[in-house]
Every structure is written in structure tokens, then in C-alpha cells.
Design a protein around this ligand. Structure first.
Ligand code: MN
Ligand code: MN
Length: 270
């Protein structure tokens, strides 16, 4: 991809990563940078697919690695461990992110826009405003969807007033009822029927180690905890397999009801 600047979010892309990279490409082009190209580092999840279908657009191209010297722009992440293969030797032009900064180093100066907001798209929304750029309907839907996803309809504890204000304004431009559209979108992402127990345990799993104790915290979102608990036996055997396979001391599996902000937690130990 000669002369193209690649824009991407993290591996295991979520809605913010996919939507924010698409929006960043549009924003940069509106600023006069023509050679921008949003790409992705993994498969699109069901929630994000709902948004792409709603807009009638295809996901951006998938890439697996970048060559030495490739110019790149990061959104929704900064840690190299969550980024593309080859990132250490790429040239990072800018980062727009709402996560902690860790394991991040560049050889050259760069633009770095970090805000402790609930979503990367909220930062991009403010960049549109700061630069006096108009937001059209498609861009508004992409950004509103990312905010709805990252803040679980403004209910997650990471939500800030900036996210609330952005979503309110974007919903008007997008001509969507936030609650109605948001619930449909979140529900589309919680269709867990096709996943095996092993896949469910690995959908969103973080490996951690403290004082020599190795454990994993995993989570899935659903609209019905009892529905998923019908598969409790299968889940427990998958959890036991993970514990054995990864040599864990224990595994925490949280099943979160996104409608009621309620969780049921399975904890199994070796
Ligand atoms: Mn993300
Ligand atoms: Mn995010």
C-alpha cells in the first residue's frame, strides 16, 4: 500500500475501533490529507456488523502486519501488544485514544490526542467541532454507535459528560432514537448462540498475574442471563479446560445483563 497512511484500532476490533478508524479517515480527508486509508486487524463482531448493515457499507480491508517504515495512525489503542504485527518498526503519525498509555514508544515526534473519555469517537467528535467541520449523517451514525457501544448506552462507569453531550448532538444529526437504535445494536452483539463454550470464555478475556497468582477475567454481554446459564455445565467445563491449558489458579467469568446493568459471576479454580 504505497504512500497510503493506514488508520486502525486494536486487534479483536470492537465497534469503537472499527467506527473510529472509518471516521478518522473521513476527518483527515476533510482536513486535506487525501492519502488516508482505514483498515482493521481482525474480524468484525456482530454488533459492528449491525451498524455496517444499517449504513449499507462494507467493513474496511483486513491487514495482518505492516512493513518497516509504513506510516500509520492509531485509534482506540496505543499499547503495541494490542496493535498490528510490525508496529515497532512503523512510523506512527498520530494517536487518538481514551486508554492508559503503556508500552508505547516512538522514534519521532507525533500528534497524540489522549482524553479520559468513555469513547474514542467522542474525542473525534470534538475534533470535528474544533476544526469547524460539518458532520454528516453517516459520520454521525458511526460516532453515535461507537459511543453507545463503549458506554453501554451511557450506563457504564467510564461515561463522561463529554460522551453524553456528543451522543445527544450526534443522535440529532443521525436522526436516530438513541435508546431504540442503541438497544437493537447492543442486542445484535449479544447473540451468543453460535459460540462454543470455549469461544465464549475467550470472547473478552484478560490474562493477569499478581503476586505469583495467575488468573483470567472474562466477560460476555447478554440481554438474558438465564438464557446463557442454560449452558452453565458447558461453560464450566470450558472454564476448567482454560484453567488447565493456561496453568491458571482461577478464572472469573462475568455474564453481564446490559439492559439492567447486572452481572452473574462464575468463578472456578484449579
Ligand atoms: Mn476498543
Ligand atoms: Mn474505545
Amino acid at each position: 500500500m504505497e504512500n497510503q497512511v493506514l488508520i486502525f484500532g486494536h486487534k479483536n476490533p470492537d465497534t469503537d475501533t472499527i467506527c473510529s478508524s472509518l471516521v478518522k479517515e473521513i476527518l483527515d480527508k476533510k482536513m486535506g490529507y487525501e492519502n488516508r486509508k482505514a483498515v482493521r486487524l481482525g474480524n468484525v463482531n456482530k454488533e459492528t456488523q449491525y451498524i455496517l448493515n444499517y449504513l449499507g457499507i462494507e467493513a474496511q480491508d483486513l491487514i495482518e502486519k505492516v512493513e518497516e517504515g509504513q506510516e500509520v495512525i492509531l485509534v482506540d489503542h496505543n499499547e503495541f501488544g494490542q496493535s498490528v504485527e510490525g508496529i515497532e518498526k512503523a512510523k506512527i503519525l498520530s494517536v487518538t485514544d481514551h486508554h492508559r498509555i503503556a508500552n508505547f514508544e516512538t522514534a519521532e515526534p507525533l500528534y497524540y490526542n489522549a482524553k479520559p473519555y468513555g469513547c474514542t469517537s467522542t474525542i473525534l467528535f470534538e475534533e470535528f467541532k474544533q476544526n469547524g467541520l460539518k458532520i454528516d449523517k453517516k459520520e454521525a451514525i458511526l460516532m453515535a454507535s461507537a459511543i453507545i457501544s463503549d458506554t453501554l448506552l451511557l450506563k457504564s462507569p467510564t461515561t463522561t459528560d463529554h460522551d453524553k453531550k456528543a451522543l445527544e448532538e450526534l443522535a440529532k444529526i443521525a436522526e436516530i432514537d438513541v435508546n431504540e437504535y442503541g438497544l437493537e445494536m447492543l442486542k445484535a452483539g449479544t447473540d451468543l448462540d453460535d459460540f462454543t463454550g470455549e469461544q465464549l470464555v475467550n470472547l473478552d478475556a484478560k490474562s493477569l498475574e499478581k503476586n505469583g497468582v495467575k488468573f483470567v477475567i472474562a466477560q460476555v454481554n447478554t440481554v438474558s442471563i438465564p438464557d446463557l446459564l442454560k449452558r452453565q455445565e458447558e461453560l464450566e467445563s470450558a472454564i476448567h479446560n482454560e484453567i488447565a491449558k493456561k496453568g491458571l489458579d482461577f478464572l472469573v467469568f462475568a455474564i453481564t445483563d446490559i439492559l439492567n446493568s447486572n452481572s452473574e459471576i462464575l468463578v472456578l479454580r484449579k
